[in-house]
Design a protein around this ligand. Structure first.
Ligand SMILES: *Cc1c(COP(=O)(O)O)cnc(C)c1O
Length: 231
């Protein structure tokens, strides 16, 4: 079968590695996170068994439904969707990292629900300026990152964005370069708690090469591994 999950996973890894080499980067410097929204448990298990152990969930409900079916398999889950504050507790307990912190209120809420266990987070930046996209404006991202880094219990790992939705690769590339610039500014600021916030979560099935060229350290891939989603 040419379209099973394991085969597609290999193909995506090859794309990532080729993109890294083309950019003069070490392929090991780009992690592959599998976006598993709408994917059923057997296929998520297939992906984990094939080595796709870093997972991204979009919805708290789906996360809660999926995790019990995969908790016997070593994996790491991140949250990559819009997080409603009433779901923060469920999500914080189930994932290693919430990538979609877009304001201080959500960060404070996550801090409270994570408690002593603590939680890794990324600041989501709206690098495209599209109204439909969540995230803090690039100009406000450094202040939010500093405020998040100040919260005991939360570890700022880096920054996440959803690229411009555009056939114009230049616009897509500009949004990814904007995220890298935010990261460089924050890490370079010397502000306490930001020195290790180097992660750049950006790039999806359709544009991962562009993201890797702009410095992505983690690409989030769904359809290229699991096929197109219903709806
Ligand atoms: C679905 C999703 C992805 C993956 O998108 P594909 O185009 O299927 O690869 C990446 N990031 C987020 C936040 C998503 O919701």
């Amino acid at each position: 079968m040419s379209d099973d999950v394991a085969t597609r996973l290999v193909a995506v890894r090859t794309r990532v590695a080729d993109a890294a080499r083309a950019a003069g980067r070490d392929p090991d410097g780009v992690a592959l996170l599998l976006a598993v929204k709408t994917v059923d448990v057997p296929r998520v298990r297939e992906a984990i068994a094939a080595g796709g152990t870093l997972l991204g969930h979009n919805r708290a409900q789906e996360l809660a439904a999926t995790e019990p079916g995969i908790d016997d398999l070593a994996h790491e889950s991140h949250f990559i969707g819009r997080l409603q504050s009433n779901k923060a507790g469920v999500v914080a307990r189930a994932v290693r990292c919430v990538q979609t912190v877009h304001d201080l209120a959500l960060a404070q809420r996550l801090q409270r629900v994570a408690g002593e266990a603590g939680l890794a987070v990324m600041v989501q930046v709206n690098t495209s300026g599209e109204d439909s996209k969540s995230g803090v404006a690039p100009a406000a991202a450094a202040d939010l990152a500093a405020a998040v880094a100040d919260l005991p219990g939360l570890t700022l790992r880096g920054f996440m964005t959803i690229g411009a939705h555009s056939p114009d690769l230049g616009a897509v590339r500009a949004s990814y370069e904007a995220l890298a610039q935010v990261r460089d500014d924050v890490v370079g600021s010397g502000y306490p708690g930001t020195a290790h916030a180097r992660e750049l979560s950006m790039g999806m099935s359709g544009d991962l090469e562009t993201a890797v060229a702009a410095g992505a350290t983690m690409v989030r891939v769904g359809s290229a591994v699991f096929g197109s989603r219903p709806g």
